[in-house]
Design a protein around this ligand. Sequence first.
Ligand code: FAD
Length: 298
Amino acid sequence: MAASELLKHLEEFGEIVKPRQPLAAHTVFKVGGAAEVLVQPRTPAELANVVRRCFERKLPMRVLGGGCNILVRDEGVPGVIVRLNEPAFAQVTVTGQRVHAGSGVTLRALISETARHGLAGLETLVGTVGTVGGALRHNAGDRSGEIGHFVRRVEIMDTSGRTQARERDDLQFSYRTSNLDDPVILAGEFELERDSESAIVKRMRKAWIQRKARQPFSFQAAGRIFKNPRGLSAAALIEQAGLVGTRVGGAVVSDRDANFIIAEPNASVRDILRLIDLVRARVQERFQVELELEISIW
Ligand SMILES: Cc1cc2nc3c(=O)[nH]c(=O)nc-3n(C[C@H](O)[C@H](O)[C@H](O)COP(=O)(O)OP(=O)(O)OC[C@H]3O[C@@H](n4cnc5c(N)ncnc54)[C@H](O)[C@@H]3O)c2cc1C
């Protein structure tokens, strides 16, 4: 469907709808093409109308979070991209040991807000970038903990634009995945433990130092590429295949953590995709292990 055709279906939503919007600035790799149509709703009611319209008219729709787990192809993304970056989707409310966070809240903001309230648990995720929405969908975390562990309830929006709550018993979180396949994740409710702010901040600092030593944070554009195969480390396999420092154009396998690809300022999406293919092929050849992508390619 051409952008103009798509726009006709969304005409009544006015200024929140923009055709051919570049997405590079909204993703961690800072490269790639445009959204055919980008919609940035200001309120849940606006979002509900947009979601309903997209599903009624069968318009392809995806939600963009912090763009930390997405690589956008040069050709761009067909259909409607919804971005929940307005304040209405980025509220944090603390009630006792329960924390309600909108899907647009960054993990960084959530972690510092909970620490400030003397609520412990999420500090183990320090350094994991992105938003609550993306983190819930992928059950973000590492060996020290995963976000799913703290979730009590998730609010989602269904295809007719209705808000529904999914309770803990209905939620499944496992390694880098969840059963949250609803069109939109609106918010998460977390239950945390009480602790002193200073103890939490101390653990946070320690976790941050360890992470900084392991991951290539000093680069403007770097993304984590593969899931760890069962019982194995993707980074270790890539390293043992002799791929650290391997380069295609401006894309390089990181020497900090070989599961990261760094995109230098001159890197293109093609460079990154070719490097991903090369790494996969070499690891397959050397260890007969098929690396599965953690990052989504749009
Ligand atoms: C430097 C760096 C370090 C990282 N470290 C870790 C780590 O330690 N552990 C880890 O697990 N990951 C890590 N990642 C990957 C990334 O941080 C996580 O996957 C994060 O959860 C992505 O969140 P996001 O908001 O950026 O989602 P996006 O990348 O924007 O989206 C990811 C997916 O979630 C969907 N999505 C996002 N928001 C919503 C929503 N509101 N409703 C419905 N669907 C939604 C998108 O459609 C897409 O399919 C790292 C990435 C980088 C760049």
